[in-house]
Design a protein around this ligand. Structure first.
Ligand SMILES: Nc1ncnc2c1ncn2[C@@H]1O[C@H](COP(=O)(O)OP(=O)(O)OP(=O)(O)O)[C@@H](O)[C@H]1O
Ligand SMILES: [Mg+2]
Length: 162
């Protein structure tokens, strides 16, 4: 299924929630303290579901729910690590960068938290840049999800490197 070593975007079909959980676990294995993960895609594409899968694989015991209203939720993960999950949908558009600065997401990375962000693609610089993973999700007609992976650590998940 891979398109070769030179390919920079790694595309995967997620036929069901279990396959999304597997991808979440694979992403979690590659994450380092201070990493940024951007989750992109339409409403209902599965960003929060994937964030929950990553959280579970990092040892978050609490149920990870959508931070739609609070904008940011923070969780304790295994090994004393911290997971921050943000949903910037309500503050997207003009002023997004200022809002990201106000929320302190870049600072949380500097402090070592792993930061997952929905609707953050327009604020990469304000989020501290260099995402470890940018996951674009879309819904296929048969309800499967298509995940396009890019970012610093995406090559680690290429099908050439099982
Ligand atoms: N293969 C799949 N992977 C992930 N979610 C799936 C899959 N198939 C069905 N779903 C369902 O799709 C829904 C995705 O909802 P989710 O809240 O994760 O979307 P979202 O992208 O975060 O939306 P929003 O932009 O509103 O925050 C969930 O109810 C989930 O159960
Ligand atoms: Mg969501």
């Amino acid at each position: 299924m891979g398109t070769g070593r030179a390919s920079r975007t790694n595309v995967r079909i997620l036929r069901n929630r279990a396959e999304t959980r597997c991808l979440g676990a694979a992403i979690a294995r590659e994450l380092r303290d201070g990493d940024l993960v951007l989750l992109a895609g339409d409403l209902g594409a599965g960003k929060t579901f994937l964030a929950a899968a990553i959280g579970r694989a990092l040892g978050v015991r609490a149920a990870l729910t959508s931070p739609t209203f609070a904008l940011v939720h923070e969780y304790a993960a295994r090994g004393g690590r911290t997971l921050v999950h943000a949903d910037l949908y309500r503050v997207r558009g003009g002023g997004l960068g200022d809002e990201v600065a106000r929320l302190g997401l870049r600072d949380r990375r500097v402090e070592g938290a792993i930061v997952l962000v929905e609707w953050g693609e327009e604020a990469i610089d304000a989020l501290g840049g260099a995402p470890a993973f940018l996951v674009g999700l879309s819904i296929r007609a048969d309800d499967a999800r298509v995940a396009s992976l890019s970012g610093l650590r995406a090559p680690m998940l290429s099908s050439d490197r099982p």
